[in-house]
Design a protein. Structure first.
Length: 315
């Protein structure tokens, strides 16, 4: 079995490379290193079943040979990155998705789209289930990402309905783990970096906004199951951990687990920052027989040594 992973040098993509190689697949990784790093994948370069292509998916896309599966994960994911690369984010989730879907059609490959809980915007209902249509600003600062993901979903469904491409849409909720760029601004790497260096932990707003964090090992299992299950073409599935907590509580947990003496510093809340986010994962449980195994403390305890090693070395 042969899989193409776009965004292979990124956080989730590099963990997917590892998973599919372990499961015996031939893996083609593709990335332009916009936000990903070669460090994340260099351990696989010697693997006989791994090929890497440095390429921008917004260009015409073709790979030689057969493909059974395309995992389309290329796209800046941290708010800091997608607000810096506004137009590129919109291009990769429109033109890039178009190219990846076109290749899936050509190769008769299954297609898994990395979508996001951001399609729900600042949700008015909680938890968010797949039938909820969201509350997204088409012109706000997060729209470059939110609307691009919504377009990617619509385009994927068009390929499913018009060309019969076996598309599956993963609505991924906040995920964390090793290989996240610790300077990408996302809350867990940011808080870990600040706590490890003894710098103030920057909580935006009063910290009452919530998120629900999924450990990467659970997420990789979910994506794998979504990709191999038969008979679920055209399905949209929330993937995430439903354990919801406030960002202030997260800061306190990270301070505690790292044994940090950092103070908590409150900064203004960014515009359109969603107030609540919690996945309803009943569909994933039913369709994929999947639910997360790691609670937040267990996941954080596994990643803290990795972050400590790199952050203390780099500074
Ligand atoms: P990441 O930034 O670590 O990885 C994205 C990768 O895509 C990077 O390696 C980057 O260089 C690559 N890329 C960007 N533009 C490209 C292009 N034009 N051509 C080729 N490669 C390109 O982000 P991540 O957290 O690993 O997210 C991966 C996917 O999962 C994204 O589509 C993201 O929207 C989605 N997602 C992630 C989360 C999360 O919590 N991590 C949540 C929801 C959705
Ligand atoms: N956040 C914060 N301090 C930081 C970084 C983020 O308080 O240094 C907050 C942010 O405002 C949001 C939450 O943490 O409410 C999650 O932010 P992240 O950038 O990780 O992703 P989002 O879920 O907003 O896409």
């Amino acid at each position: 079995m042969r899989v193409l992973i776009t965004g292979a040098a990124g956080f989730i993509g590099s963990h997917l490379v590892e998973k599919y190689l372990k499961e015996g697949w031939e893996v083609i990784g593709l990335d332009n290193f916009l936000t990903g790093k070669v460090d994340n994948i260099e351990e696989f370069f010697a693997h006989p079943n791994f090929t890497f292509i440095k390429y921008d998916v917004t260009n015409f896309l073709y790979v030689k040979g057969s493909l059974d599966l395309i995992l389309h994960f290329a796209c800046p994911a941290s708010p800091l990155h997608y607000m810096k690369h506004k137009i590129h984010t919109m291009k990769v989730d429109s033109i890039g998705t178009l190219h990846a879907l076109g290749l899936a059609k050509e190769k008769k490959a299954r297609f898994v789209l990395a979508s996001s809980s951001e399609v729900y915007g600042d949700p008015e209902i909680t938890p968010q289930h797949e039938g909820y249509r969201g509350n997204v600003s088409p012109v706000g600062p997060r729209s470059v990402y939110d609307e691009a993901k919504r377009f990617s979903e619509a385009l994927s469904m068009a390929y499913y309905r018009e060309h019969g491409v076996d598309v599956r849409i993963a609505r991924i909720f906040n995920t964390y783990g090793t290989k996240m760029a610790f300077d990408d601004g996302r809350v867990i790497p940011n808080f870990l970096k600040q706590a490890i260096l003894g710098e103030p932990i920057t909580v935006f707003g009063d910290g009452s906004q919530t998120r629900s964090f999924c450990y990467i090992k659970d997420m990789v299992e979910a994506i794998y199951k979504l990709s191999i299950k038969e008979g679920i073409a055209g399905e949209v599935v929330n993937l995430g951990n439903p354990d919801e907590l406030t960002i202030l509580k997260l800061a306190e947990i990270i301070k505690d687990l790292t044994g940090s003496s950092s103070v908590i510093k409150f900064l203004p809340l960014p515009e359109d920052d969603p107030k609540r986010r919690r996945p309803d994962i009943s569909k994933a449980k039913r369709l994929l027989n999947w639910e997360p195994k790691y609670n937040l403390k267990e996941g954080l305890e596994e990643v803290i040594p990795w972050f400590k090693k790199r952050i203390l070395k780099k500074e």
